[in-house]
Design a protein around this ligand. Structure first.
Ligand SMILES: *Cc1c(COP(=O)(O)O)cnc(C)c1O
Length: 357
């Protein structure tokens, strides 16, 4: 059986060596030494000035919305994981969906301005599949209309944009280190900002608002992460170069083999150094997509219709029709892509697709 993803696991001894330290110190959580070490190493690795490690990517989004004090409407993409939209609603704001670009599959900046009202406070855009949004256009609109920008960069570990980590952009960028992501800490996430005051606020907020044992600087939540999760991150970080290199080689192999397929591959932002996190394939129609899925399933191969349904089609968040998003979402599949996937498996998957459509 080949699933769409399979978490990377470091050699067990490397994780256990870090556990020995936890047993010696008997510190399990509350910003312990491994959490501090992981934050330092990630900041150095990503070349970002500030980062806070949190319990998951969803809490990272919620903290970002809260710390920026957002109210009213937030313009966002319906082509993302549900957490992008549910976080907006969870924080008492209203998501306003804007359609996506048919090539990059990211929010279409040309459609943002018409969606702005007097109640709009921010733009929350996802860099879908690790492919950066049109950051220049989004920041230009935000500046003109005095809006905040949050990037959901959950797919973006390793993605760079114009020479910096893509996490360095926006008022706040968030990411996820969930087990299914390219770099993971089992569960986990992070918030990034260049604004030190905002980072200080986020730091309080992640820890119940505590400013020392008896004082509270903010209304907070428990967004901390544990020493065990940080240990997995530290162990995985030692292997990140080979994980990223392998992913690129696998991605390019799919891309080469699937050139003749009646399908559209992803258009990567020309200013990006892409991390090759996902291999999405947009087939010509939904029927072809369902045929490919069923043929692969019959061979015990399980791609994922990701993202399907489009979030504007989820009953809880339903709004009007968004033509491009709904069309892409009905036709896209993400192919299996993970560290231990072999070339022979990629060849087989590609062969099945080519003989089906
Ligand atoms: C994974 C993911 C999230 C949520 O992250 P968790 O760590 O699972 O909470 C949010 N947005 C996108 C786009 C994601 O892929």
């Amino acid at each position: 059986m080949i699933q769409v993803t399979k978490p990377f696991l470091p050699p067990r001894e490397e994780y256990e060596r870090l556990l020995d330290g936890i047993w010696q110190r008997n510190i399990l959580t509350n910003n312990g030494p491994l959490v501090v070490e992981l934050e330092q190493k990630l900041k150095a690795h990503l070349e970002v000035p500030h980062m806070l490690y949190v319990s998951n990517g969803t809490i990272a989004l919620q903290l970002a919305i809260k710390a920026l004090g957002l109210k009213g409407e937030i313009i966002t993409t319906p082509f993302s994981y549900v957490a992008t939209t549910s976080s907006i609603v969870w924080e008492g704001c209203t998501p306003v969906f804007v359609d996506i670009d048919p090539d990059t599959l990211n929010i279409n900046p040309a459609l943002i301005e018409p969606a702005i009202t007097t109640n709009t406070s921010a733009i929350l855009a996802t860099h879908v599949y690790g492919n950066p949004c049109d950051i220049e256009a989004i920041e230009g609109i935000a500046k003109k209309h005095n809006l905040k920008v949050i990037y959901d960069a959950a797919h973006c570990f390793g993605t760079r944009y114009k020479g910096s980590s893509v996490f360095a952009y926006g008022d706040i960028s968030t990411t996820s280190f969930h087990a299914t992501k390219l770099f993971h800490t089992i569960e986990g996430g992070a918030v990034f900002s260049r604004d030190e005051k905002l980072m200080a606020r986020l730091d309080f907020m992640r820890n119940f608002g505590h400013n020392g044992p008896e004082d509270f600087a903010e209304v907070g939540i428990n967004g901390k992460n544990s020493e065990f999760h940080a240990a997995m991150g530290l162990a995985n970080l030692n292997h990140i170069t080979s994980v990223l290199d392998k992913r690129k080689q696998q991605w390019l192999r799919y891309d080469d083999l699937l050139k003749p397929a009646k399908a559209q591959a992803l258009t990567v932002n020309r200013y990006a150094t892409f991390n090759y996190a996902y291999y999405p394939l947009v087939l010509n129609n939904e029927q072809a997509t369902l045929q490919v899925v069923s043929k692969l399933n019959a061979n015990k191969i399980f791609p994922r219709r990701y993202f399907y349904p489009a979030l504007n089609r989820v009953r809880l968040y339903a709004t009007g029709v968004l033509t491009v998003t709904e069309s892409v979402s009905s036709r896209v599949i993400c192919l299996p892509l993970f560290h231990s996937l072999t070339n022979a498996e990629i060849d087989k998957i590609s062969e099945i697709i080519l003989t089906t459509v």
